[in-house]
Design a protein around this ligand. Structure first.
Ligand code: 13P
Length: 260
């Protein structure tokens, strides 16, 4: 059966690059990534909120094929939530994909599975696609609890969704011990966890949703490691932090992913 899933490479810029720096990075990336590559791989860029309008304008005016993304949003549409950003505001900026449940949000800002589930629903409600992150700590991995932790987060985060929604979304498996550490799961480990996620999705939402949901791996992905990851049947892309800040390296990652 041909693989129905277009690879998705996402650059999570985290709290890096002001709007001038972000614009320069975008322009350099546009110059480095040929259009025919972007017909084979989807690429989303997730800058800080303050850069979104600048990137939106540049993507539109220069007809770039990058998808604009955000790193987070609140689940309510408006109200007394000082410092938060509504999914409505993101949709107005042509944001297409929103990361939610990143381990940094869960660990540093206390986001629970229930909050992540509410965000996934809010992102869909406003016409965008969630990239829902899941992953285990080093202690959980060493205790043999990787699958229990990851699949628990998957089931909780997808609670109450329609199967068509699950089919259209993205799940990012990011082992916490691999984020920003230079360590990464072996391609075989990544494949094994991603296959379990797909099986769990199929068990709850049907074979079609299992076959369609895109599953990314994240955690110290570099140009030198992405080929082996992308060769795995259940790895459909990568959520890239540090290496996405360097346009040369990120362009190489995109080009390699386009070959899979
Ligand atoms: P690094 O690629 O810097 O390890 O970050 C991964 C990540 O957290 C992407 O969301």
């Amino acid at each position: 059966m041909p693989d129905p899933r277009t690879p998705l490479i996402s650059g999570n810029w985290k709290m890096n690059l002001d709007h001038f720096e972000a614009l320069r990075t975008l322009q350099k990336l546009a110059w480095l990534v040929p259009k025919d590559v972007l017909s084979k791989v989807d690429v989303s860029l997730h800058p800080p909120f303050t850069d979104l309008r600048t990137l939106q304008t540049s993507i539109e005016v220069d007809r770039m094929e990058f998808l604009l993304g955000a790193q987070h949003c609140h689940h309510e549409t408006k109200g007394a939530f000082t410092g938060e950003v509504s999914p409505v505001f993101l949709a107005k900026l042509d944001v297409k994909l929103v990361i939610c449940g990143h381990s940094e949000r869960r660990e540093l800002f206390g986001e629970t599975d229930e909050m992540v589930n509410a965000k996934v629903k809010a992102i869909f409600a406003h016409g965008m696609t969630p990239i829902m992150c899941v992953g285990e700590t080093l202690a959980e991995r060493e205790a043999g609890e990787t699958e229990a932790k990851v699949l628990g987060q998957v089931v909780a985060g997808l609670q109450g969704l329609k199967k068509e929604q699950v089919a259209a979304m993205v799940i990012a498996y990011e082992p916490i011990w691999a984020i920003g550490t230079g360590k990464n799961a072996t391609a075989q480990d990544a494949q094994s966890v991603c296959a379990s996620i797909r099986a769990a999705v199929a068990a709850s939402f049907g074979a079609e949703a299992g076959a369609s949901v895109r599953i990314q791996y994240g955690g110290s992905v570099k140009a030198g490691t992405v080929a082996e990851l992308m060769a795995q049947p259940d790895v459909d892309g990568a959520l890239v932090g540090g290496a996405s800040l360097d346009p040369d390296e990120f362009a190489q990652i995109i080009a390699i992913a386009a070959e899979h």
